[in-house]
Write a protein of this length. Structure first.
Length: 223
């Protein structure tokens, strides 16, 4: 019964995320098709991607506000107002807790933000290549390039309600431990096998933008 409840909760999560994430899309410089964040990892433009590798560099850009709307943020499972903007390089960024900023929709504004690391995802086990899209549940995040590492499961901390919020504590071949999450149900279903031996895992690091000039934007609402 517990397993059935978990799957029912996960189904509701996926349904909620699909309805919200479809609003957040991005077009890369080499690709003209619109891509939903429910289907693939957002690929940042070179400037933004380079910033994610620096020491919390502040990026300043003029962006167009596409939408300001209440969204269900998963897997955190909370409601907040998200502001979706598009940069001159066609990156789509989502900033949270933007209450009463609806007035900015359609306007060009200047934002200062940092690209900050959030958490690590396991995207496949016993694998050395991965060609499918990286499934993201958080509409604010973008994913780094996929890397592969040999690890073994030390402990699986199951979330009682939201499967993607369950935590994998993994041991590396050097004895180090790291914490991961996963949006792939097949990985959650196979925890006994994961603890038996070292396997090669595909992993990615998620990043999210953090707005730095919130007070300046609040001043725009007064004009």
């Amino acid at each position: 019964m517990k397993i059935q409840l978990l799957y029912m909760a996960f189904g509701l999560v996926c349904f909620s995320c699909q309805s919200t994430n479809e609003k957040s899309t991005i077009t890369s410089e080499t690709q003209t098709d619109t891509i939903s964040t429910t289907d693939t990892a957002i690929q940042l433009s070179p400037d933004a991607a380079d910033a994610s590798n620096s020491a919390y560099k502040i990026i300043t850009e003029t962006v167009t506000v596409l939408a300001v709307a209440e969204e269900l943020i998963m897997p955190g499972d909370y409601l907040t107002t998200a502001m979706t903007v598009k940069t001159s390089k066609n990156d789509t960024l989502v900033f949270l807790d933007m209450f009463e900023h609806e007035k900015l929709v359609g306007q060009k504004i200047t934002v200062h933000y940092k690209i900050l690391p959030q958490l690590k995802l396991l995207i496949c086990s016993n694998c050395t290549t991965y060609n499918k899209p990286v499934y993201l549940t958080d509409i604010t995040t973008s994913a780094s390039e996929i890397t592969f590492k040999k690890m073994k499961l030390k402990e699986y901390q199951s979330d009682a309600f939201i499967v993607p919020a369950s935590k994998f504590i993994m041991i590396g071949e050097d004895g180090s431990t790291e914490e991961y999450y996963s949006n792939e149900i097949s990985i959650h279903d196979d925890t006994i096998k994961l603890a038996n031996a070292f396997y090669s895992y595909g992993t990615t690091l998620l990043y999210a933008p953090e707005l730095q000039n919130r007070k300046e934007l609040e001043q725009l609402l007064l004009k």
